[in-house]
Every structure is written in C-alpha cells, then in structure tokens.
Design a protein around this ligand. Structure first.
Ligand SMILES: Cc1cc2nc3c(=O)[nH]c(=O)nc-3n(C[C@H](O)[C@H](O)[C@H](O)COP(=O)(O)O)c2cc1C
Length: 471
C-alpha cells in the first residue's frame, strides 16, 4: 500500500461487486478503500464471480468472498445477514442494470441485495453499464427508487464504453466513489452511534427517506420541501467548434446553486444538473455534470418518461446556448484561411420538457410537478408573459442581464416573477440567495395547488441526468 489519508481508519465496509465489465476496477477500489484504513469484505453476485473470480479478492481482502446467498458461515451464521450487521457501510460498485432493478424491487436473490435489505447502514451505489441501458426509463426509475431508500448514487461518467460506443455509463472515477463513501459515513455519524449500535439487532427501516441525506453542516432549517425531489439546472452549456474551442456564455451557475441550497435547506432531495460553473455546488446535492445542450436534452428525456416525471419541482436556471456549430470539427481548425461558422438553433429544452410533462400527467393534475424557467432578457420584459404561456411552465423568472446588479456573475439579482395565474411580481435588487428563497416560497404554494407530488403519485422521485435553461 502507498499513501494513506486514513479517512476510513478501522471502518468496516462491505464492497458489493456485480456482473459488469467494470468489475475488474472493483479490485482497485477495494485497495483504495484499504489505503484509507478500511477493513473491506467483499460480496459478489454470481455474474461478478464469472467476470473476476474470487482468489485475488480473498487474498487481498483477507476475508472470504460471500457470493452464495444460501451459504452459512463456519459458525453457522447466515453469511449476508452477518455481513449486513457487521459493517458500517455498503458500497456497490459496479452496480449492473440488473442489480439496480433487483434492489429497487427488494428481490433478495444475491448476497448484496440481501445484505442491503437487512441493514440500515449507508449504502453507496455506483452504476456502470451501456449508455442506452442507463438512460432507459426503467433503469432511471430504479435509480430513483434507490435514492428514495436514502442510497447515495455515484453517477456514471460519459466516455467510451466497453462496446466501443460513447455514452454515459462508465463507472465513476474510483476516487469519487471513495469520497462518496467517506461522506456517507461522516453524514451518518451524526446519528451513527445509535444507528450503528442498534443495527446489529434492528430490522431495516422500510420507509423511504429523502435522498441524498443532507450533510450535518446543512441540516434543513425548514421542512416545507421534505420528501420532495427538486431538480435544478445551473451554469452554461459549451457547444464544441472543434476539440479545443466552443461556444459558451457568461453564466456562473450562482443563481441555480442558490436555488439548490435553499431547496436543501427546506429538506428537499436535490439533483443539481451543472453545466460550466464558477462556484462550488452544495455537497448534499446529487450533482450531474453536463456540457452540451444535447446532453441536457438526453438527460431531460430520461427524467420525463411517458409514465411520469421523476421530480416534484424542476427549476431551469441553466443558460443553454441558443446556437451550436452545425458541423463541429473532430480536429483542431488551423488559423490560416479564417473561419466561418454555420450555427443551428439548439432545441428549446424548456418548452419541450414542459410538453412531455404535460403529456405524461394529463390524466392526473395531482401528479403535475411545478415547472420554473428563467428568462434572461436585455432591456425589456415585454415578451415574458407570452413566453410563459408558450413554454408551458408555471413560473418564469425574468431578469435583465444587461443591468449591473442583475444576471451573470453578480451576487445579486433583480427579477420579476411571472406566474400563470397571478400578476407579475417585480422584486427589488436582492442577494441571489434571497431571490431563491422567495422563488421557492412561491413554488411551495404551487405544490399545494397541484396536490400530491410526482413522487407520491408515481412512486418515483429522484433521478439524474438533465438540465434545462430558461430561454
Ligand atoms: C461482456 C459483458 C459485459 C457486461 N457488462 C455489463 C455492464 O457493464 N453493466 C450491466 O448492467 N450489465 C452488463 N452485462 C450484463 C450483465 O452481466 C447481466 O445483466 C447479468 O445478469 C448481471 O448480473 P448481476 O446483476 O447479478 O451481477 C454484461 C454482460 C457481458 C457478457
């Protein structure tokens, strides 16, 4: 072993490995957890054993691998129950589509699902699969269900996959998974003493809890969004011209991140979809990184399948580029000869998403989430009321980005909130955190009007992958 930060000193961790091509990376993950001081024991599905075998793992972990859900230990204890009660966290990496589905349904057909069902310690899940498999609404619904259990999802990354295709499905960076484990344990430590000690005898709590659990430093001060899933998009998109250049905008992400912070403070589970930003996102939010408008579109489609949106509130504060190069070059364009760019308009993600939500919820107004867009204007708000109707959102927040105290990069904003059934409200220049709070006050009222949340009605809450802008 090399360097050790010892952030997991003497922590007992179960590493669950499932049958993904990325299973080989789990061995290095085990070593990284050990370098942090953890005592790691490994649970495997039968498929995972086919992929990587047990000999290396048993040798390096100095524990037998538990891959047989019907097996008893030497002392007669049931293996997965003993594991569930002996560890302080379970990390499932890589998690297959099949495993996510089994876990979401509570099917205890392998040692990892069985141990997760039998425990109340933090569970960290890092999915890995083909991009299409991950984007499929079934998988997204399963991920959402796991978030409802309070499980921490470490989103897969975009890149070249085992198939040779490019997509979002590659196992997250191993360091990120280790960090998530450290965070999950430290978040749990606020309640851990009683939770862990009672865990040895206690039955698992079947009641869904909002996820991700807020960090102790940001314990909600209010509860009017408790149990709700709020998706916020923030930052700008970057539309490639060639591998080194792109068309972007001046968005810093401050407004969207302020909304995410306030939603967390109100007890919501927050998914923050981030384009390019200059400020740190809150640690308690589930963060999904995107670059282009097309990635945001794909992500939003996954969030808004025909069976219903996977959120209660969508606040679209990201600044999506209005145009993108028609034919981005896959090689750096040299300066000789100059450059003429042909641009195509990007899809109107706000209107398109609102339309899908309306179609999915047309038979049940109670399931309709609250949709909020942002409109960056320069000079006049004359067209905002018409935009509100055309886009099909509940609230549209207009700000004049040409004003010094408002818009991109500033800590303050001067907005007017347009609503489908109220006169516009012009607010004074306020800190972005105050704007966020006033905006979510109005969202909370609207949630009351729409009745039950999407999560209550559809049995689904958080999901990743999206982003939208108000345009
Ligand atoms: C070469 C190969 C690679 C695979 N990689 C993945 C993968 O990365 N993610 C995934 O969800 N399934 C993958 N599968 C399919 C799973 O192995 C299959 O769904 C299996 O039933 C999963 O079992 P488990 O979830 O019990 O481990 C792969 C299959 C093969 C043959």
């Amino acid at each position: 072993m090399t360097e050790s930060n010892e952030r997991l000193l003497n922590r007992r961790i179960a590493l669950g490995i499932t049958g993904s091509i990325a299973a080989y990376k789990a061995i290095e993950l085990m070593r990284m957890l050990q370098r942090e001081g953890a005592d790691v024991r490994v649970l495997m599905t039968n498929s995972a054993v086919e992929f990587v075998g047990t000999l290396t793992i048993e040798t390096l972990s100095q524990h037998p691998v538990d891959s047989d859900v019907l097996a008893l230990q030497g002392d007669g204890q049931i293996g997965h129950i003993a594991s569930a009660h002996d560890v302080e966290a379970i990390v499932v990496a890589p998690a297959t589509a099949h495993w996510l589905a089994a876990m979401a349904s509570g099917l205890a057909g392998d040692t990892i699902t069985a141990a997760c069902l039998a425990t109340s310690v933090p569970v960290v899940v890092a999915p890995a699969m083909d991009g299409g498999m991950y984007a499929h609404p079934a998988t997204q619904a399963n991920v959402a269900r796991l978030r409802e259990f309070g499980y921490r999802i470490v989103e897969p990354e975009s890149g070249v996959l085992a198939s040779g295709m490019v997509g979002r499905g590659r196992l997250a960076d191993l360091g990120t998974i280790v960090d998530a484990t450290v965070e999950a344990l430290s978040e749990a430590s606020g309640t851990a003493t009683s939770r862990r000690s009672s865990n040895r005898a206690a039955a698992p709590s079947p009641s869904p809890s909002p996820a991700p659990a807020p960090a102790p430093a940001s314990v909600p001060s209010r509860s009017d969004l408790r149990g709700r899933h709020v998706v916020v998009t923030a930052g700008g998109t970057s539309e490639p011209i060639d591998p080194v250049r792109f068309i972007g905008n001046r968005s810093t992400g401050k407004m969207g991140i302020a909304v995410a912070n306030d939603a967390l403070d109100r007890g919501a589970a927050v998914t923050l979809i981030l384009g390019s930003v200059t400020v740190e996102p809150p640690a308690a939010a589930q963060v999904v990184r995107v670059e282009t408008a097309a990635q945001m579109q794909t992500a939003l489609q996954a969030l808004t399948p025909p069976e219903g949106p996977f959120f209660d509130v969508l606040v679209m504060a990201a600044a999506v580029a209005d145009f993108r190069p028609r034919t981005p070059s896959d090689k750096k364009v040299g300066r000789s000869g100059g450059m003429t760019l042909e641009l195509d308009p990007t899809p109107d993600l706000l209107a398109e998403t609102a339309k899908r939500v309306a179609a999915a919820t047309k038979s049940s107004a109670a399931r309709r989430p609250v949709l909020v867009g942002f409109a960056a204007e320069t000079g006049s708000f004359d067209k905002v009321a018409e935009k509100l109707r055309a886009k099909g959102v509940d609230l549209l927040v207009a700000n004049d980005v040409a004003e010094a105290s408002s818009g991109f990069g500033t800590d303050t904003n001067k907005v007017t909130i347009y609503s489908i059934d109220m006169p516009p409200e012009e607010l004074p220049v306020l800190d972005k955190s105050e704007v966020a709070e006033l905006l979510l006050d109005r969202v909370v009222v609207r949630l009351g009007l729409t009745g039950r949340a999407a999560s209550d009605a559809a049995g689904a809450t958080a999901t990743p992958e999206s982003a939208v802008s108000g345009r």
